[in-house]
Design a protein around this ligand. Structure first.
Ligand SMILES: CC(C)(COP(=O)(O)OP(=O)(O)OC[C@H]1O[C@@H](n2cnc3c(N)ncnc32)[C@H](O)[C@@H]1OP(=O)(O)O)[C@@H](O)C(=O)NCCC(=O)NCCS
Length: 188
């Protein structure tokens, strides 16, 4: 399973990718809106292992693809779409990027490709997502993609010694406007 966009290639994880993942997941900028305060080699191994296990699901319900840059092949993050166990029509998307590559529209480009795959290939009717309300960049990615803000859950999560509000977003198939930058989608 591989998706190519104007600047990116989204493809299946391999076990060796844990090093590149750990490299950015240890960055305090990345950790800011997660409960984690640090990440270990074991954490990165387990993180990648989970996505490898998803590759073996039949029928496959969850996809988490590494984001590599076409210009240099470098792994710069990941982006995925996960169907709930009991509902074929709906899935959740999520994404993360190495902080050294933020602010260049990569997350929006990757997420758009995964949404297109979800609606076209998986036949989804509805895609959801959520983020910590203070995570302005993540909320902005969802706004840009045409998601509607559905709710703000006050004091919904507690970590790092404080409460955090969360935002839930929804995009229905009829609202989606496919951006032109997706080159092609290969799935097997
Ligand atoms: C969220 C994340 C993936 C965004 O990646 P990105 O590639 O920088 O996102 P994009 O460049 O596609 O778009 C970001 C948008 O947010 C805006 N933005 C970025 N940081 C911002 C900030 N601190 N305040 C306000 N806006 C911000 C950008 O200007 C851009 O909007 P624009 O197109 O209107 O200019 C990245 O910040 C990240 O990996 N964070 C850590 C992991 C994470 O939080 N994942 C999401 C969990 S819900």
């Amino acid at each position: 399973m591989q998706i190519t966009t104007e600047r990116l290639r989204l493809r299946e994880f391999a076990q060796d990718d844990w090093r590149a993942v750990l490299d950015y997941q240890r960055d305090p900028r990345y950790l800011r809106y997660y409960p984690w305060t640090d990440r270990t080699e074991d954490d990165a191994h387990d993180f990648v292992r989970m996505f490898l296990d998803w590759q073996d699901e039949r029928p496959r319900r969850r996809f988490q693809l590494e984001i590599t840059r076409r210009s240099d092949g470098r792994l710069i993050g990941n982006c995925g779409i996960r169907r709930a166990p009991d509902n074929d029509d709906e899935a959740e998307i999520g994404y993360e990027l190495n902080p050294d590559h933020w602010g260049q529209g990569y997350a929006s480009e990757a997420a758009a490709a995964v949404i297109q795959f979800g609606l076209n290939d998986l036949g989804l009717q509805c895609i959801t997502s959520w983020c910590i309300a203070d995570n302005v960049a993540s909320a902005r990615v969802l706004d840009r993609l045409g998601f509607r803000l559905e709710s703000r859950l006050c004091r919904h999560q507690h970590f790092k010694g404080r409460w955090w509000d969360t935002l839930t977003y929804v995009l229905s198939a009829g609202e989606w406007q496919r951006p032109p930058a997706i080159v092609y989608i290969e799935s097997d």
